[in-house]
Design a protein around this ligand. Structure first.
Ligand code: NOJ
Length: 527
């Protein structure tokens, strides 16, 4: 695998730091907490951790409202502790990826405070200000992802400012070269600290239409969806001027060895892959969220894998994501039996997998009573992300071993039975399945960096072959339905099951055809 970069053959694990491990008994996770779990992450087979924002922040959006890009929020620790964490991770061959939030700052950031002081402020143009429309209302019809107009009236200076998210998250003006310089300086600061890369928040939002044209209505909008979806964000996101910016970010990364640039981008697949750039000059990994956004249906997923493989630019490396802190957990979306199938899919597809903390033990969305909701999106539009952000379930001890104090969000139900400690030794646990899948992937170049070839299948079955340069081949067959299914192997010949969602199948010989029980997934080493 030396032919490939670490971010191609590795596995990324997302940590939502508030909820991972609390070392100082304040109910909120922190850097020392993560430090204490590095051995677990290494045992699991993690190659890199991506940590959601840890910078100083008023926490209106739990860290995605940054008030200082080059320091650490005291609730998480100190800069020295961050350095310690980087060193300790590196000592275990674990890379550290930070979340970088360039689209907007906190309204408490000194730049915004200065910018809103007066229209003549030297920082005014760091943000997006606009006079009212002729009728006195907002300059255009753009909506905030978190509900309502994306424009906030500033009484003091008599103009609106644009915020794609909360009004406490004013969008930066990325057409201003000084903004770019400042943001690149912040990235450089972390790269010099030894950080191995960034996951760039809402990368496709950075540039907006220069003429501020109205977004068109979305004819497919279904009431009950987030109000933001009433319009197609044709002018407020994904503008062509984004590419030179991604290119600038990439060339900054290229000044350092072995760094990775990941983009958070929710776009249709053909648009998404344009963020790879035209000649390897874009993001290394524009996050591919199809396994989250598509219905869990074999036909649609198989087609999406095929389309993605087909539209990847030359030399672009694929990637797959099963969950994150903004989405319902996989075990709740598709149920536990299928979450096992999904684990097999994620870890056998061609492309870098990103795991969300807790999915490896099958954590589910928790019920959070309305009065306990902390997520601003939940408070504003009723679509709360808190259920997928509850404390990591380490053991059946008090507070699931996450903290000795009451956690900032309620614990998941059933943590007494669903936790790392209880699953570590259990032969058929989700954790054992994840750990073994990761181990197999790391050991077998075919699964890790090998080619991908889809097989014709039908009904609820997805099947494909992964093959290494050496000719080593694996068949992966997944049954996304509850009923048994039969997969003819045609010319594939014979093989042996090496890993299966039902471990009793392992070492079974396969010849001519493969029988799958309902909710079953198997990896077969072909002879
Ligand atoms: C995407 C992040 O993943 C999400 O958590 C956040 O609320 C928005 N960007 C705004 O930064």
């Amino acid at each position: 695998m030396r032919s490939h970069e670490w971010w191609q053959h590795g596995i990324i694990y997302q940590i939502y730091p508030r909820s991972f491990a609390d070392s100082n008994a304040d109910g909120v996770g922190d850097l020392r907490g993560i430090l204490g779990k590095l051995d677990y992450l290494s045992w699991l087979g993690t190659d890199a951790i991506w940590i959601s924002p840890i910078y100083p922040s008023p926490m209106a959006d739990f860290g995605y409202d940054v008030s200082n890009y080059t320091d650490i929020h005291p609730v998480f620790g100190t800069l020295d502790e961050m350095r310690e964490l980087i060193a300790a991770a590196h000592a275990r061959d674990i890379k550290v990826i930070l979340d970088f939030v360039p689209n907007h700052t906190s309204s408490e950031h000194p730049w915004f405070k200065e910018a809103r002081r007066s229209r003549n402020s030297e920082k005014r143009d760091y943000y997006l200000w606009h006079d009212p429309a002729p009728n006195g209302g907002p300059p255009n019809n753009w909506l905030s992802v978190f509900g309502g107009s994306a424009w906030e009236w500033d009484e003091e200076t008599g103009q609106y400012y644009y915020h794609a998210f909360l009004k406490e998250q004013p969008d930066l003006n990325w057409r201003n070269p000084r903004v770019r310089q400042q943001m690149y300086a912040a990235m450089r600061f972390w790269l010099e600290q030894g950080v191995d890369g960034f996951r760039v928040d809402v990368l496709w939002h950075l540039i907006k239409d220069a003429e501020w044209r109205d977004n068109p209505p979305n004819p497919d909008y279904v009431p009950g969806q987030a109000p933001y979806n009433q319009l197609i964000p044709a002018y407020s996101t994904d503008q062509p001027e984004i590419y030179p910016i991604v290119k600038e970010m990439r060339s900054l990364m290229n000044e350092f060895d072995e760094r990775v640039l990941i983009g958070e981008i929710y776009l249709p697949i053909r648009r998404l892959v344009s963020y790879y750039g035209t000649a390897g000059d874009g993001a290394h990994l524009p996050f591919n969220f199809q396994l989250i956004t598509l219905p869990w249906n074999a036909r649609q997923i198989a087609a999406a894998i095929g389309e993605y493989e087909g539209v990847l630019p030359p030399n672009a490396w694929p990637n797959w994501v099963l969950g994150n802190h903004d989405q319902p957990r996989v075990a709740s979306r598709i149920g536990l039996p299928q979450a096992r199938v999904a684990a097999v899919l994620l870890l056998t597809l061609r492309g870098t997998p990103t795991l969300y903390y807790g999915d490896e033990i099958g954590m589910r969305d928790s019920v959070i009573f309305p009065e306990a909701i902390r997520d601003p999106q939940g408070k504003n539009i009723g679509i709360s992300r808190d259920p997928a952000r509850t404390p990591m379930q380490w053991s059946s001890a008090t507070n699931a071993g996450f903290s000795t104090a009451e956690p900032w969000l309620p614990l998941g139900h059933g943590y007494e039975h669903c936790n790392v400690e209880g699953q570590t030794q259990a032969k058929d646990s989700m954790l054992t399945l994840y750990r073994r899948l990761i181990e197999l992937r790391r050991k077998e170049p075919a699964l890790c960096i090998g080619s991908y070839r889809p097989l014709v299948s039908g009904g609820d079955v997805i099947a494909f072959v992964r093959e290494a340069d050496t000719g080593n081949r694996f068949l992966v067959a997944l049954n996304l339905g509850p009923r048994p299914a039969l997969l003819p192997l045609d010319t594939l010949g014979t093989g042996q099951v090496v890993l299966a969602t039902e471990s009793r199948r392992e070492s079974e010989r396969v010849s001519g055809r493969l029988v799958l029980t309902g909710d079953d997934a198997v990896v077969v080493r072909l002879d």
